[in-house]
Design a binder for this molecule. Sequence first.
Ligand SMILES: Cc1cc2nc3c(=O)[nH]c(=O)nc-3n(C[C@H](O)[C@H](O)[C@H](O)COP(=O)(O)O)c2cc1C
Length: 314
Amino acid sequence: MTAAAEVLATDLAGIALRNPVLLAAGTCGTLDEMSDVLDLSRIGGVVSKSITPLPREGNPTWRILPARAGMLNAIGLANPGIDAFESHYLPRAEKMPCAVICSVAGFGIEDYVQVAAVLDEWNGRGVAAIELNISCPNVKTGTEFGMSPALTGEVVRAVRPVVKGAALFIKLSPVAPELPVIARAAIEAGVDALTISNTIPAMAIDVHTRTPRLANVTGGLSGPALHPVAVRLVHEVYRKIARDAGVPIIGAGGVMRWEDAAEFVLAGATAVQIGAALFADPRAPLAVVRGLEKWARVQGCASIRELVGAVKID
Ligand SMILES: Cc1cc2nc3c(=O)[nH]c(=O)nc-3n(C[C@H](O)[C@H](O)[C@H](O)COP(=O)(O)O)c2cc1C
């Protein structure tokens, strides 16, 4: 029988992963804080909080709310800024027992270039990949780049030359018009992987006070409600562009149980990210790993890679 390690081991844009289960940006602390409650040597990797050039306090509270089928957040990219991230967090990256992917956010192209250049210097010292967040709905202009193929291409073309060692991922929005067209622009500009997707812009109202429940008025919806939307997007982008381009997809959105992760794999994802589920159960990724392993075996596969994009459609 194939060993567990072999069944789930995979390759994500040249990065060897123990298994395809990653923690999603912004849902697991700034970098390695989840190690207090979750054995990181049992998952594939962690995506850091999105880092900007300067520190950010983020939006005022309330900035997290439960929703009936998930949660709303309007954190507003609270993060320590690249200088503090580099001095206080990155020195620990190399010792983390899983792949480390660092997320970058910005308000202009130069922000992405500046932060990505610093992070790339840590490639070989723990940072395996850089994920460009061009799809944050919780700050002004946070989704601007992700809504336009031209701007998506522009930001990737600007960042690509400074990312010399790390793999370059880009995180797309579930509400971008024609996501395959945006994905194509990102691929043509040189990304190594696509993360699909970020949250859906959403809103909740307190009917008694007649006021928005989030201080930011709107926020991003994640969790189970997002899942089928993201599965459809992964499927579409995989079939229309990513499969032939040989560019892997990371599915994100409502992975609560292993079946959700398996759906992403069948739709065309090489790996998955888990976010909202961590708020309910920080050890949820371990159950997802166990379930995927069993599933791959029951499907008769020596490697989960055989199941990527393997949904049967006549
Ligand atoms: C509290 C919170 C903070 C988030 N912060 C970020 C962030 O900094 N950067 C980013 O790219 N995505 C961020 N996201 C989006 C998640 O990484 C993920 O794409 C999204 O929540 C969908 O996955 P899920 O349904 O498993 O949560 C955040 C999500 C939540 C719930």
